[in-house]
Design a protein around this ligand. Structure first.
Ligand code: AP5
Length: 212
C-alpha cells in the first residue's frame, strides 16, 4: 500500500502514521524527520535546510526530491510506504508521479487531514517531541511521562520543536495555504483523494482512517 498523508502542519499526520505503519508494516517516510536528522548531524543538506525550517519556509524542491528518491527506492519500502509531509508543492507531486512510474508502482490513496487553523495553533504550541526517536506528545492531549523519559526510547530528550512557536506556526500555515493546498485539487482530479475530519480525538481520527 502506498499512501500520502496530506494536510496542514499539526493536523496529526505524524501521530496517525506512527500507528498505521505498525498495523500494516509500512515504511513511514517523513521529510520533516529526515531533514531534522540532517540538521542534527550537521550534514551539508542539514546546514542548507536549517534556515528555511527555522523560519517556517519550505526547503527548495530539488533538495527534497533528491532526498525522497533515495528513500522510496530502497528495499525497506518494498511492502509499501506512508509519505508524511511530502509532496508539499505541485513540482514535488509531479516529481513523485515520475518516480513512481519509473518504479511501476502507482499511489493507492492520498488522505487529506482537515483541521482548522486555530486547532493547529493550539496543538502545535502544546506539542512536545523526543529529539532522539521522534515520538510525539502533547502536554494537553498526550502528556509525556512525569519522569521526563520518552515512552518509546527511554531517553530524557523530550523537547519543544524550534518551529513550534506561534509566530512560526502561523507562517507555516500561510505557506501551507499558498503552496501545499493546491495539491488537494491535483489529487482530487486523479480520483486519489480521501478527505478526513482530523479535528476529533486521536482514536476517533484513527477509526475514520480505517474506513478510507
Ligand atoms: P514537518 O515536520 O513535516 O512539519 P509539518 O508538516 O509542519 O507537520 P507537523 O509535524 O508539524 O504536524 P503533523 O501533522 O505531523 O502533526 P502531529 O502528528 O505531530 O516539516 C517541518 C519543516 O521541514 C517544514 O516547515 C519545512 O521547512 C521542512 N519540510 C518538510 N517537508 C518538506 C517538503 N516536502 N518540502 C519542503 N520543505 C519541507 O500532531 C501535532 C500535535 O497534535 C501533537 O502534539 C499531537 O500529539 C497532537 N495531536 C495529533 N492528533 C491529535 C488529535 N486527534 N487530537 C488532539 N491532539 C492531537
Amino acid at each position: 500500500m502506498k499512501l500520502v498523508f496530506l494536510g496542514p502542519p499539526g493536523a496529526g499526520k505524524g501521530t496517525q502514521a506512527a500507528v498505521v505503519k505498525e498495523k500494516y508494516s509500512l515504511e513511514h517516510i517523513s521529510t520533516g524527520d529526515m531533514l531534522r536528522d540532517h540538521v542534527k548531524r550537521q550534514t551539508a543538506l542539514g546546514k542548507e535546510a536549517k534556515a528555511f525550517m527555522d523560519e517556517g519556509k519550505l526547503v527548495p524542491d530539488e533538495v527534497i526530491i533528491n532526498m525522497i528518491r533515495s528513500a522510496i527506492s530502497g528495499d525497506a519500502c518494498s511492502e509499501g510506504f506512508i509519505l508524511d509531509g511530502f509532496p508539499r508543492t505541485v513540482p514535488q507531486a509531479e516529481a513523485l508521479d515520475v518516480l513512481l512510474e519509473e518504479m511501476g508502482t502507482p499511489l493507492d490513496r492520498v488522505i487529506l487531514f482537515e483541521v482548522d487553523d486555530e486547532t493547529v495553533v493550539s496543538r502545535l504550541t502544546s506539542r512536545r517531541v523526543c529529539s532522539t526517536c521522534g515520538a510525539i506528545y502533547n502536554i494537553h492531549f498526550d502528556p509525556p511521562p512525569e519522569d521526563g523519559k520518552c515512552r518509546v526510547c527511554g531517553n530524557a530528550t523530550i523537547i519543544q520543536r524550534k518551529d513550534d512557536s506561534e509566530e512560526v506556526i502561523r507562517r507555516r500555515l500561510e505557506v501551507y495555504h499558498e503552496q501545499t493546498a493546491p495539491l488537494i485539487e491535483y489529487y482530487a482530479s486523479k480520483n486519489l483523494l480521501s478527505r478526513l475530519d482530523g479535528t476529533g480525538p486521536k482514536d476517533a481520527v484513527l477509526a475514520l482512517l480505517g474506513r478510507r
